[in-house]
Design a binder for this molecule. Sequence first.
Ligand code: GDP
Length: 298
Amino acid sequence: LDELVAAEAPAPGLVGRLLGGDEPRRLVDDALLQGLEDLLITSDMGVDTAMRVTANIAEGRFGKRVSTAEIKAALAEEIARIMTPVARPLPIYPKRPQVVLVVGVNGSGKTTTIGKLASQFKAAGKSVVIAAGDTFRAAAVEQLQVWGQRAGVPVLTAPEGSDPASLAFEAITKAQNEGADLLLIDTAGRLQNRADLMEELAKIVRVIRKKDPDAPHNTLLVLDATTGQNAVTQVEIFRKIADVSGLVMTKLDGTAKGGVLVALADKFGLPIHAIGVGEQIDDLAPFDPDDFAKALVG
Ligand code: GDP
């Protein structure tokens, strides 16, 4: 029963863990600041960012007794300041179809995110086409077909193991002929063979540029919040193999509070277009820096 209760209790945020909430006012001394810095680091914020945020909290408060509420508010403000410039919805291009390439490791939530995006755009009156470009995983193709049905959006598929670039070419041709507003292209996420994946993505881009020299208009990297600091490595790798233009972070509905997003914003400055907050079709939300900072600080 204890375990059950513990599992259901909301995970405390950063300041909750640091201060425990029992003392209304705390002396801002080296010990407190060190504890804060350690917490920020263990919440995946990255060492450099954690040190800078801590230094900013110390400024004007060192040696003073301040309330827990003030520490919380100051911390949330620091985090929101870092996150505000990257909170940007997916830019809408006037040119049709807008081509969005979706990349990320398997399991990160690419398929689900494509389904959610398709549904949102469809609901906004846009016509959408999906290309099931992960032709190596039959399950991924099937899953995308299910999402397409839910969203009421056609999903183009190709036989298992066939060339995803041919499918992408077919898809952009169809989207152009039909005057579609948006083409979402799923891609493989096998990082085991990076050179192959790089070549595959490069070929998709080459081929779709034959139909539209500006495509893809966005390359979205989907990251899983539960992988923590690993997301930094994923951004580094995917930036080498694709021209990543923005991020979507999934699974922020669980216990993972996504502290790594702060490190990512600080390090790469890539826009965060949306966050995944569940497994259902409507569970894709705009990224709100203030809400995010408050949830993280707790
Ligand atoms: P892909 O391999 O990158 O295409 O990943 P999927 O879209 O298949 O997602 C992998 C798993 O994560 C599935 O079980 C999804 O239901 C789940 N998932 C995706 N996004 C979210 C999210 O925002 N929240 C939660 N809780 N689960 C998610």
